[in-house]
Write a protein that binds this ligand. Structure first.
Ligand code: R5P
Length: 317
């Protein structure tokens, strides 16, 4: 983990200080002292208090809610580090916001995920590290090395400890998530079911077709994002109507906007398991059926390997 100027440096933005501290603890590297604060008009001001000249710096910042503020913080921290002569700057963005805007859904619409990639690059990042990108091809929106880590090893460990695997059925809550769900199903040697959500006629509610026999099974829904919670709640209802014994969900990023936690708590979902890629709100912390798995050690390990030029992909073999 040696850089020319001693050890690696870790800098935390304000989006997820708990995760940044856990990563720092794993790497036994203190967070670099920095001030990230606001002027009266809410402009962001950053000052790096320690010398970073010639160092290998990792900036930990999810672009989660409020996405624009956290993104701007990340850009300004990178700018400050570049002007302070850091040798290499890696933007560690455990949750990459704007990822769902990865294509033009209609004429005269933006591809905001590409714009965000451009902003991070032009601010001065040399590398990017992120977790479970909404779409793998977003990696290609960056022309700098980008590592897309997977939370699945952490989830698989938890699933193995918790369930009788013989009764588990992994379920993709929509057709778009099949590749991700199939990957996890393969790791635990479980069968896969898919929910095909269709709106037969405009104005009518969605029909949820469950493809696969889930009767008597413990269903584990797998997805990258839970936002409003609507997808999961509807999927849980459809699975239970088809005879599933219990429904759990393992989701990488707990965006959980608005009343999502209340919706999940009131649902037929036995438990929602998310990672700490986004810092938990108080609602999440007290929710009866939401649990958080930490990916701090996974990210820390990837940072350590990046710094010492070792393989990162072998973390997922
Ligand atoms: C969509 O493509 C994503 O993978 C998630 O399924 C979606 O963002 C979940 O959103 P919500 O919780 O609002 O239904």
């Amino acid at each position: 983990m040696a850089a020319r100027n001693g050890a690696i440096k870790l800098v935390a933005g304000n989006s997820n200080p708990r995760l940044a501290e856990a990563i720092a603890a794993y790497l036994t590297t203190p967070l670099t002292r920095a001030v990230v604060r606001r002027f009266a008009d809410m402009e962001i001001f950053v000052e790096i208090l320690d010398n970073v000249r010639g160092t290998d710096v990792f900036v930990v910042q999810s672009t989660s809610f409020p996405a624009n503020d956290h993104l701007m913080e990340l850009l300004i921290i990178i700018d400050a580090l570049r002007r302070a002569s850091a040798r290499r700057i890696t933007a560690v963005v455990p949750y990459f916001g704007y990822a769902r805007q990865d294509r033009k859904p209609g004429p005269r619409t933006p591809i905001s995920a590409k714009l965000v990639a451009n902003l991070i690059t032009h601010a001065g990042a040399d590398r990017v590290m992120t977790v479970d990108l909404h779409a793998g091809q977003i990696q290609g929106f960056f022309d700098i090395p980008t590592d897309n880590l997977y939370a699945s090893p952490v989830m698989v460990r938890d699933i193995r400890e918790r369930f009788d695997l013989a009764s588990v059925m992994v379920v993709s809550p929509d057709v778009g998530g099949v590749v991700r769900a199939r990957g996890l199903a393969k790791r635990i040697n479980a069968p896969l079911a898919i929910i095909d959500k269709r709106r037969e006629r405009a104005g009518e509610s969605d029909v949820m077709n469950v493809i696969g026999d889930v009767a008597g099974r413990t269903c584990v829904l797998v997805d990258d994002i839970v936002d409003s919670g609507g997808t999961l709640v509807n999927a849980a209802d459809a699975l239970i109507e088809q005879g599933a014994t219990d429904v759990y969900a393992y989701i990488s990023h707990g965006v959980l906007s608005g009343g999502a936690v209340a919706r999940i708590t009131a649902s037929r979902l036995k438990e929602l398991v998310i990672t700490d890629s986004i810092q938990s709100s108080e609602a999440v912390r007290v929710a009866r059926n939401v649990r958080v798995l930490s990916i701090a050690s996974l990210i820390a390990e990837a940072i350590g390997r990046t710094a010492s030029e070792e393989s990162v992909s072998s973390l997922f073999d």
